[in-house]
Design a protein around this ligand. Structure first.
Ligand code: MN
Length: 500
């Protein structure tokens, strides 16, 4: 997966001609130094591209249009080094279609007490220049991120990086294609939704393909590709030698490898970044893909079970947002509880949990799968790595989409589960299971989620704001009475904001 490496965020500095060429030269130099600092910083992983200072409505409009039409530009950072009268920004902001961050910083950190004069003040006046710019953003009802502080601090650079990752997620969302093999699980409500509304809101398209098309791709896979993949399995996982010496298990493993190569070829040929399938729709297939889906997720594809295209899209978007961070993102399901001193949730799925979240090298085993097609299915077994995580669920409220986040602490299971033939993660939701699950249920969150240790709540906040989607956060501060009021207020706000 290489979605973020080509992507760029433009750094645009606003000013005006009032100050004369010497000040503007200094402004340009300082902006270039900030951009160089951002690009050298290990905190900011997206390439930041310096753009010449804009000083007039025409220049502002031109750079906004250029950003709109540049395929690699995923967003813009706007900074007012000096005063930039904000009526100049109306035409440009009216047309800017890329997300923007307002960086409220100043080139120098400390005041030069013994030397400060009016020339210094006029050159370094973002303290009020950015407020003039802030007004027009608010007056125009523009959703944007505002980051405040000295640019050369880890705190500011972390916020910049968080937002750039959200912008990358948004770029992915707007370009993503989700393939559906089969339809929604019969009678299931939360995985359904309005795909036209989703495409209007998030940009991604969701297309159905028949099992026949997929089977053609799977059946076209040759033995050489299967043999190569089996060798990869040997390197990537712990496998008991009996899997290779038992003819039946080896046969199932080869069938699974064929499915993996076939599905991947199909997805790549169709430029799909995510997919769904359903155990009820497996006509012509040897079984429900297990290892194959797990491995495709670990290669960056989004996935949702039982036709859950909203979660499939979110898993892919979050994989892009978390790229380069040393942690994983997976399709997940709240499965079983462990009530005790601290109530816990055992998350898993019938097969499809991504090994990017594993605490240790996964174990590849072949076990009987009984739901849908009854047959032996190879799958990876592991437990999720301990540490902070989030679960993210996107639901269709009928007149809008709601994104729900619950912060979690994933913990190491106290005991082994030798009879559980699927991968899992054990977590303690914040603030505790009683409040978290009640809040999740009131908010209408699905049993499915996109689970991540690579993406933070802040990333999702930025993403939801860029997307203009409702966001409900369940964290250590959540209180059910307040949450229920928040949901009521949101209903009114989104009802009004959506208009007719
Ligand atoms: Mn499920």
């Amino acid at each position: 997966m290489n979605a973020m490496s080509k992507k760029q965020v433009w750094f645009i500095t606003g000013s005006q001609d009032l100050y004369g060429p010497k000040v503007l030269e200094q402004v340009a130099k300082n902006s270039q130094e900030i951009v160089a600092g951002f690009n050298q910083s290990s905190t900011i992983t997206t390439e930041i591209v310096y753009q010449p200072t804009v000083k007039s409505p025409r220049e502002i409009h031109a750079v906004c249009q250029a950003a709109n039409s540049d395929a690699n530009c995923i967003g813009v950072i706007l900074w007012m080094h000096t005063f930039s009268p904000a009526k100049m920004w109306i035409a440009g902001l009216n047309e800017l279609s890329k997300p923007f961050m307002h960086l409220h910083t100043q080139f120098h950190a400390e005041l030069p007490w013994s030397e400060i004069n009016m020339n210094y003040m006029n050159t370094h006046q973002s303290a009020h220049g950015c407020r003039e710019f802030g007004f027009i953003g608010t007056r125009m009802r523009k959703e944007r991120k505002v980051v405040v502080g000295h640019w050369n601090t880890t705190a500011v650079q972390t916020e910049v990086d968080d937002w750039c990752r959200a912008a990358a997620g948004w770029h992915e969302s707007r370009n993503l294609k989700v393939a559906r093999f089969g339809d929604n699980m019969r009678q299931v409500a939360v995985t359904e939704g309005d795909k036209v509304a989703a495409q209007i809101q998030f940009g991604y398209e969701v297309n159905a393909h028949s099992l026949g098309e997929l089977n053609d791709a799977i059946n076209a896979v040759g033995d050489a590709d299967i043999n190569a993949l089996i060798e990869n399995y040997r390197q990537d996982y712990q496998i008991n030698e009996s899997v290779f010496s038992d003819d039946h298990q080896l046969d199932m493993l080869r069938k699974e490898a064929r499915i993996e190569v076939g599905m991947k070829n199909f997805l790549v040929a169709g430029q799909y970044g995510a997919f769904t399938n359903c155990f009820e729709n497996l006509t012509g297939m040897t079984g429900l893909p297990g290892l194959a889906t797990q491995r495709l997720m670990s290669q960056g594809f989004g996935y949702g079970g039982e036709g859950d295209w909203k979660t499939a899209a979110m898993v892919r978007i979050m994989k892009v947002m978390g790229e380069g961070r040393n942690a994983g993102t997976s399709f997940m399901e709240d499965y079983t509880y462990n009530f005790g001193a601290t109530d816990q949730v055992l998350g898993a799925h019938m097969l499809e949990v991504c090994p990017s979240i594993a605490a240790a090298k996964p174990q590849l085993e072949v076990h009987l799968h009984t739901i849908g097609v009854r047959c032996d299915v190879p799958r990876l077994l592991f437990t999720g790595k301990a540490g902070p995580a989030i679960n993210v669920s996107t639901i269709d409220m009928g007149n809008r989409f709601r994104i729900i986040v619950n912060e979690l602490d994933t913990v190491t299971p106290p005991e082994d589960t030798p009879n559980l033939p699927v991968a899992s993660a054990l977590w303690e939701p914040k603030p505790n299971l009683s409040v978290a699950a009640a809040a999740w249920i009131h908010a209408g969150g699905a049993h499915h989620s996109a689970y991540s240790q690579a993406v933070t709540t802040d990333n999702i906040v930025d993403f939801a704001e860029i997307a203009g989607a409702e966001l409900v956060i369940i964290d250590e501060n959540t209180n059910i009475r307040e949450l229920k009021n928040e949901l009521r207020h949101n209903s009114v706000y989104y009802g009004l904001a959506r208009g007719l």
